[in-house]
Design a binder for this molecule. Structure first.
Ligand code: SF4
Length: 264
């Protein structure tokens, strides 16, 4: 257990994804603050993704965005594609009781503060919708997205911090860069999923508490098993003495779809 004077550790979906994938990677990234280098192409894409999020926020706040769109054809094309594909998302209706971009929520679980930021949050008297913008093409593997901690944590925190029943909560990802027009994937929620997430989350946090206690006694967090494919695509392979691919190969990592887009 962390002591009473230890500040509660904030955890986002990115932390949980890393912890589940490889605790040692969590150690390198968050405890030791070692940076993962991005190649210029990824960096440029990430910047564009951040700008799109900012424009969507400004638009929601009623601020003018025309001059920004005129200055960048990529952003203009994403925005106009999204406006055509989902006009109902962009236009408030009388039945909506609340809508906010960059909606922030926090939930204490054990000694941790679980934090989420919804790109857009819309409610009416019956339902609550979480919307998330992605500036890469729709991924073929929907199951993976469902299992990603972003989906699980975002839905879980809303159910725990609001009066909405799980069955009345949903999360929709919009992929604005999909081929012909933006595409979406919606995940509905229910009590069974909520209980499953609660169990998995508490198991993971229990493990983290033990690992952190051990880390304070100079014991490193666990690695994935030897010969794991994950090490082939990891920037910490050399540090972990798991180097199996050339540094040149590693430069091209990670995949665009794995990059966390920055929320404002
Ligand atoms: S190289 Fe392997 S063990 Fe080390 S952090 Fe990366 S995935 Fe984990």
């Amino acid at each position: 257990m962390l002591s009473e004077t230890t500040p509660l550790l904030r955890l986002s979906q990115g932390h949980l994804n890393l912890l589940e994938a490889c605790p040692r990677k969590f150690q390198h990234t968050y405890l030791e603050q070692l940076n993962t280098p991005l190649n210029p192409e990824h960096e440029e894409h990430q910047t564009l993704g951040s700008q799109f999020h900012l424009l969507m926020q400004q638009r929601e706040m009623g601020l003018p965005i025309g001059s920004f769109l005129e200055a960048d054809t990529q952003l203009k094309s994403w925005m106009s594609g999204f406006s055509n594909a989902a006009p109902e998302i962009l236009t408030p209706t009388d039945s909506q009781t609340f809508r906010e971009s960059e909606h922030y929520r926090i939930l204490q679980t054990q000694d941790y503060l679980l934090t989420v930021v919804y790109d857009l949050f819309i409610t009416d008297s019956q339902k609550a919708q979480i919307l998330d913008w992605k500036t890469y093409p729709k991924p073929p593997n929907q199951r993976k997205l469902e299992q990603n901690w972003q989906t699980r944590l975002y839905l879980y925190v809303l159910a725990e911090t609001s009066d909405y029943l799980p069955k009345n909560i949903s999360m929709t990802y919009w992929f604005v860069q999909s081929e012909s027009q933006p595409q979406k994937i919606t995940f509905n929620y229910d009590n069974v999923q909520h209980q499953q997430t609660a169990k998995k989350l508490n198991q993971l946090l229990d493990k983290l508490t033990h690992w952190l206690a051990d880390y304070q006694k100079n014991q490193l967090l666990p690695q994935v098993p030897e010969n794991s494919q994950d090490c082939n695509y990891c920037h910490f392979a050399t540090r972990c003495e798991r180097s199996q691919v050339s540094p040149e190969h590693q430069k091209n990592l990670p995949n665009l779809a794995d990059i966390q887009e920055v929320s404002f």
